[in-house]
Design a protein around this ligand. Sequence first.
Ligand code: MV4
Length: 450
Amino acid sequence: MFDKILIANRGEIALRVIRTCREMGIQTVAVHSTADTDAMHARLADASVCIGPPAASDSYLNKVAILAAAEITGADAIHPGYGFLSENADFAEMVVEHGLTFIGPTPEHIRMMGDKVVAKATMRQLGVPVVPGTEGQVDDEVAARAAREIGYPVLIKAVAGGGGRGMIVAQDEDELLEGLQLARREAQAGFGDNRVYLEKYLRRPRHIEIQILADEYGHCIHLGERDCSLQRRHQKLVEEAPSPALDDAGRQAIGERVSRAIGDLGYRGVGTVEFLYEEGEFYFIEMNTRLQVEHPVTEMITGLDLVRAQIEVAAGRPLGMRQQDIRFTGHAIECRINAEDPRTLLPTPGTVQTYHAPGGPGVRVDSALYAGAKVPPYYDSLIAKLIVHDRTREDCLHRLQRALAEYVIAGLPTGIPLLQALAEDADFAKGNYHTGWLTEFLATWHPPAE
Ligand code: MV4
């Protein structure tokens, strides 16, 4: 097992990793920018190294500075958290070349899943259902022919895109030809790669993702799904497990397909296989090769520690459990608390004046906040995750309402009022929502007066 792990991240996820390392008896090294000198992750780690100025490109994305920090402190592995360098195959490669372990999949698997077209073709060959569409990039003529076959509306996607960037819907051939031009221009400007492909456009899908865990000996298990349909501009706001749209048989069917495919790939680590789900059908869209923000909902219903599992398989240990050992218990919901205006999505950085986190049965808070903490303007606006667990979805919602009402974060505006409105919404209570639902909700919602 590793003696010392460097965490190449900040905020709540850096704390999350430090906590598991401490339980495993592994020393931790934090890295921080000059804006994060007093940040909780830098204080909580056994050692901490300043790696550069505030801008992420100079600090948390600075590969050389992070490797130097690992070298100086004698770390033997690097945990990338999520975001930043977590899905950067070049960084993973550099880590390995320096004789360290990257706590994640191999650079080859990261690279494979980073190319959305390769990812989709690979998954299709492995028997995972994908959205009908073109095999790869298309010119105008091939696109027009393919679109007639697929049926309009179609969606134009950038090969190098992902996360919803660079997608254009076309209702007919005129819109298609126009959209292809625009999509190529945007893809070239955004990703330096103008290739685009087509898919059948699903109008009101849910976003359901399957959590997998694999060791390097070809064993792979699934840990059920998370329903992440409550998002806006591709920013998830609420995630839950199990999905209100799935039953046990449906879960088992897709879970087995996915875990067989990922096992066949020889993938090692945790991963998330993302699907659109509409009218009882799953359609693969992407695979994330990192630990995700919403991993705690899976931890709550399985009782597992996914960071511990990541560290163990990265150290070359075989999985300590089989699929039949996994039991799903109760229901979990995660709310992302952002320091941003929920209407404009503009960040609202500042200093936390008063802080009181909820607690009690079935309540978990993952956050690096404290009274007096500064929320710098340079990074993601996620400042806390509130996760609640209870026996049924209905009880879980009541617990969520109770916990949100307890939460005090004074000094800067947060998304808590919006989350309270969602937790009391009748459609949400029924589980009746899809990926367009939150945008529709926000069109009529107004923040309560102070
Ligand atoms: C789609 C789609 C409809 N049809 N693909 C957005 C993020 C990217 N990973 C895939 N996305 C979508 N792909 C087809 N063929 C609708 C979306 C989409 C979406 C997906 C998941 C969660 C939220 C979303 C919000 C808008 C659009």
